[in-house]
Design a protein around this ligand. Structure first.
Ligand code: KE4
Length: 426
């Protein structure tokens, strides 16, 4: 594969944009080398600036669950754009998407749209603090809820690459209200609850983690967490920015059988345009301005173009729930193919998978939390990432990410991916 034009574009970008990217994880810092600049995409394929065709396993980090340039989404955006792009006034399509989302997701009566997953999670925490009157939150090492100050405490995803548990710029005043527990370790949560009686407003969690690779919660952990929160009047916030509308219509709540108090969304809900959202039952959402005192706002929140993409996407998923089964079957096929190849190669590995989320870790021990995820051999991961890229397979450029399959992937694409792994010499 030739990447000359991508490298030239990267050099030019670095003159005007910090690190040449608008989001750090795109910069290949975790795997080395220059990032690939994409020219266009269709279905399961990316076409980069050097004319290479790449089979895509990140789907823009999750949103493009039906593949790139999905006709119903594209047509909806084009038609809406002809009538204007933004008004700063309420529009009917916001209500249409809100009604659809509320009908698909358990335990929510109302939803507020914002412009990113970060905004959704940041606003959900403010709402929880406003509703409970308590300041502290618990998050989990390795979970990533966006780049709001309260969350950049041992965050996952790109924040891990920079090895900065607390990003500079996050004040001690902020950090003190964020308590840190370990994923799949209920005792670590209980210890914090006992030590901070009546001070904790919420626990925020990725119900299926995707920012330390994919990690599935143990039944006793996630059920115990729900019980602990209920017993201590602590709101349970499910950050479903990744899992929402990906694991199924009802996301992780449905997949795990757990009722959350506040839900955060992003990615799929916007169909590839900038949409985040947070949602809850009326008792909680009635505290949000202008109905209640908890302030939150946004110039482009509910933007008609973004709403049209999200409405087209969620309508497809709502009308064709078989898509979720198709995605899960394809992901299982990839998993099985990887197992057959990697067992033959005799290298230590773990694969975690739920629905269309999957990750490969080069380590002996099961990956159940941030510490065990961080034990993965990153040198092996780098060889894997670049070796697969050379064969036209585009994977997340970090071991601390989940793959996101899209339903445009064919079984031929999956077998080509498995074959590429088989040809790698680690
Ligand atoms: P955004 O602000 O990037 O839309 O969403 C933040 C966020 C919140 N919660 C979860 C569970 C998330 O995974 C994310 C964002 N995910 C990363 C990928 N791990 C986005 C990629 C990037 O940072 O460029």
């Amino acid at each position: 594969m030739i990447y000359q034009r991508s490298s030239a574009l990267f050099a030019e970008a670095k003159k005007y944009i910090p690190g040449g990217v608008n989001s750090p994880v795109r910069a290949f810092k975790a795997v080395g080398g220059d990032p690939i600049f994409v020219k266009e995409a269709k279905g399961a394929y990316l076409y980069d600036e050097d004319g290479n065709r790449l089979i895509d396993y990140i789907a823009s980090w999750g949103p493009l669950i039906l593949g790139h340039a999905y006709e119903p989404v594209i047509n909806a955006v084009i038609e809406k754009a002809k009538k204007g792009t933004s008004f700063g006034m309420p529009t009917e399509i916001e209500t249409e998407l809100a009604k659809l989302a509320v009908s698909m997701v358990p335990n929510i009566d109302k939803i507020r749209f914002v412009n990113s997953g970060t905004e959704a999670c940041m606003s959900a925490v403010r709402l929880a603090r406003g509703f409970t009157g308590k300041d502290k939150i618990i998050k989990f090492a390795g979970c990533y809820h966006g780049h709001s100050d309260s969350f950049l405490i041992q965050a996952g995803s790109g924040a891990v690459t920079f090895g900065s548990p607390n990003s500079p710029g996050v004040t001690q005043g902020t950090a003190k209200d964020t308590l840190l527990a370990d994923y799949n370790d209920l005792a670590s949560v209980k210890a914090l609850v006992d030590a901070n009686q009546d001070e904790i407003s919420a626990v925020i969690i990725e119900p299926v983690a995707g920012n330390m690779g994919c990690i599935i919660p143990a039944d006793e952990f996630i059920n115990g967490l729900r019980t602990l929160c209920t017993q201590n009047s602590i709101l349970l916030i499910f950050d479903e920015v990744m899992t929402g509308f990906r694991l199924g219509k009802g996301g992780a709540q449905e997949a795990l059988g757990i009722d959350a108090d506040i839900l955060c969304f992003g990615k799929v809900i916007g169909g590839g345009l900038p949409v985040g959202a947070f949602a809850a039952r009326n008792e909680i959402m009635s505290h949000l301005a202008p109905e209640g005192p908890v302030y939150q706002a946004g110039t482009l929140s509910g933007n008609p173009l973004a709403m049209s993409a999200g409405l087209a996407m969620l309508t497809e998923l709502n009308n064709k729930p078989e898509i979720f089964e198709s995605l899960a079957d394809k992901t299982e096929h990839l998993h099985e193919g990887f197992v057959n190849v990697l067992d033959k190669k005799g290298i230590p590995y773990q694969i975690n998978r739920l629905g269309s989320m999957i990750s490969l870790h080069f380590t002996e021990e099961p990956v159940v939390d941030f510490a065990s995820s961080a034990k993965g051999n990153n040198d092996t991961f780098k060889k894997y990432f670049h070796g697969m890229l050379e064969k036209g397979i585009y994977l997340p450029p970090s071991a601390f990410e989940s793959y996101f399959l899209n339903d445009a992937l064919s079984y031929g694409d999956l077998d080509e991916t498995i074959g590429a792994l088989d040809e790698l010499n680690f």
